[in-house]
Design a protein around this ligand. Structure first.
Ligand code: UT7
Length: 309
């Protein structure tokens, strides 16, 4: 996580907002903003901690996948930068672009490679540095996001990922988007300029509260799992009201839905691995616990994964 913390009151000095509005509508009170840190630096840091925790050497990695939409460079990928940083000389590395669903989609991709017998050990990172894509004059978006990274190591095993569902609906891409660069070239005489993140918040909200419970139910049904067996639902940390609404639709108690957006805001692809890592380090996850991860975001993209810890 970046060092620099920005509170709601700090933002209220820049745009017409308040701690009360942000906290009541979203559950966010502060976020970290990268000043010195780059996306690949945050990703490499998260990766080092995950490898250390798993007792795996970088040289043992076969594959590095990074879920991100805000890598430092258009190319090379963040994954290649991380591979170089770690000295993971045997790993092939590339990014997966699925916005806030990026970590989940990357993890499911790695699982597919492992299940197919192609690779044995891989690293999945969710990292985003949306602060550089934000229009800092737009109060409807600038209060929501933070920068950060989280990572997990996956190895061939009977445990771990049991089943997953991934979905996309490209007909609604305009709801949440960011132009990488405006058209500018020799022929129109304009220089390409960076674009900013745009979001129709209410549309994203409606989409999330409908699609997240649907895909969680699908993953449970297809894997023959009773919802009461699930210890935790680790959801993308965008807004506590979305999570409350999902819990209500699933008829599950709120204590099964851990949250940390209060401290980090919406860190996009990083929310799920960061929360998973926090819970693991706090000793809240025990062997054989069944956990559902679920993410949603631009694309539109969404999905759910059932894990056995
Ligand atoms: O990772 C996935 C990405 N995004 C999400 O998951 C976001 C999903 N959507 C949301 O979380 C919510 O829609 C928001 C938190 C973005 C907005 O909450 P809302 O309850 O849908 O508010 P709203 O957009 O309906 O705006 C209500 C009012 C408006 O004023 P008027 O028209 O009622 O006078 C906005 O102009 O709140 C105003 N407003 C603000 N006021 C103070 C919008 N942003 C702010 C702000 N501070 N930061």
């Amino acid at each position: 996580m970046p060092v620099q913390m920005v509170t709601n009151d700090d933002l209220a000095r820049v745009v017409d907002t308040s701690d009360e509005w942000i906290a009541e509508r979203t559950g966010i009170r502060q976020r970290r903003i990268a000043v010195e840190e780059s996306a690949s630096h945050m990703a490499s840091e998260a990766a080092r901690r995950a490898l250390e925790n798993a007792g795996v050497e970088p040289e043992a990695l076969d594959l590095i996948l990074v879920g991100t939409t805000s890598a430092d460079h258009c190319f090379p990928s963040a994954a290649c930068e991380v591979q170089g940083e770690l000295g993971a000389i045997h790993a092939v590395a590339f990014d997966i672009s699925a916005a806030c669903s990026g970590f989940l989609f990357a993890m499911n991709n790695l699982q597919a490679f492992i299940r197919a017998g192609i690779y044995r050990t891989g690293l999945v990172i969710g990292v985003d540095c949306l602060s550089k894509l934000i229009d800092w004059k737009d109060r409807s978006t600038c209060v929501l996001f933070g920068d950060g990274a989280g990572a997990v190591v996956l190895q061939a095993s009977d445990k771990g990922i049991q089943h997953s569902v991934m979905r996309s609906d490209g007909s609604k891409w305009q709801v949440l988007s960011c132009v990488s660069r405006t058209n500018g070239n020799l022929l129109n005489g304009r220089m390409p300029e960076p674009g900013y993140l745009y979001m129709n918040g209410q549309e994203v909200f409606k989409f999330a509260v409908k699609k997240v419970p649907e895909c969680i139910n699908q993953v449970l049904e297809e894997s023959g799992t009773d919802i009461e067996e699930i210890k935790y639902f680790i959801l993308h940390q965008a807004n506590y009201r979305i999570i409350e609404s999902v819990a209500k639709r699933l008829k599950q108690p709120m204590d099964k839905f851990p949250m940390n957006m209060e401290y980090y805001g919406n860190t996009s692809a990083a929310t799920i691995p960061v929360l998973l890592d926090e819970m693991n380090r706090e000793g809240k996850l025990n062997s054989e616990d069944k956990i559902v991860l679920s993410g949603f975001g631009a694309g539109l993209t969404w999905g759910a994964t059932l894990l056995e810890w």
